[in-house]
Design a protein around this ligand. Sequence first.
Ligand code: HEC
Ligand code: HEC
Length: 320
Amino acid sequence: MYKFLLVLFLLFSTLYSNEPIQPLPKIVKYDREKALLGKKLYFDPILSKDNTISCASCHNLELGGVDNLKFSFGIKGQKGIINTPTVLNSIFNFRQMWDGRTKTLAHQVQFPITNPVEMGNSFQNLIKTLKNNSYYNETFNNIYKNGITIENIGDALEEFQKTLITPSAFDDYLRGDENAITSNQKKGYELFFKKGCVSCHNGINIGGGLYAQFGLTDEEMAHNLTNQSTNDNVTKNEYNPDLGLYNITKNDFDKFYFKVPTLRNVALTYPYLHNGRIETLNETISSIAKAQLGLDLTKEETFLIEEFLKSLNGKVTIIE
Ligand code: HEC
Ligand code: HEC
């Protein structure tokens, strides 16, 4: 019961805050020199131990910032244990990662670089490799007083990621262009509000701004969806990705809490959920409505919300 009250509270507090959803800012400031260095790093497998995997291998900018796999592959064909979220617009998330374990994009990059099933590198080895590369050695030394350090690698990658924002038809609509989205999309947006999705998916990223329990109103459904993913994990790991925030705090109340994901470009970033368990957006919407709001949406409602979510697809312009 208290969970329903919590949803109601979230809903009312968002509805009565000024604007629960804001358009992407038209300009995000970034340092061009650093961003160009970050771009080079982003696409360069030199970051991985055996020179085979780049950030772009898992976060393909042509594919909505993901790879459309349930779990990505790192060095030596190793499979990950949690679905790859998009990098697009991630500068607007209040924290990074499904469990929000890190705040800044600059710090975030330290995780994939050293994760044994992703890039499998060490900072020491990476810094040595970059120092032996004349482009990186010169460029880092020109831009940063202290040259190549793990913090500066993170900083350059963060500057590049600030450019990865995707203005969409929906942003034009929010700014007053009534014709930017279709009438079905408008109906879907209305439902998105009325049904309460907006209580969690709000802000510039329509998500990315708070933690919420997966399975708030239907734990059984959420657990059925998660148990399955744990069973087919290939890597036996102490870290149970299905437990979310609990992994950081070890506080029982935090079990199954995740950062609410952004819904920008969500029509492109299948499969869905932290465990990549659901293939289609349509099924995700109806399952999430049940798991997070205790609602059985009709086919028509699910269709309309899906149409609305498609208006959040945007185009990324890669800096030259
Ligand atoms: C082998 C695949 C793989 C590679 C390589 C990889 N990532 Fe990721 N990335 C992931 C996965 C999986 C997650 C989610 C991890 C988690 O939440 O525990 C993630 C999360 C992120 C996030 C957080 C997004 C969010 O919404 O929380 C950002 C930003 C990111 N990666 C950027 C990068 C950058 C920059 C690089 C290169 C230095 C990189 N990634 C390399 C798979 C990868
Ligand atoms: C109480 C908070 C809450 C509410 C309300 C909520 N969501 Fe979510 N949503 C989440 C969380 C948390 C996740 C991530 C769950 C996971 O992966 O374990 C999520 C995931 C999603 C995803 C999958 C995103 C991805 O990248 O995998 C979609 C789509 C989605 N929600 C749409 C909706 C829609 C549509 C509604 C309204 C019918 C809604 N949500 C209501 C918290 C919420």
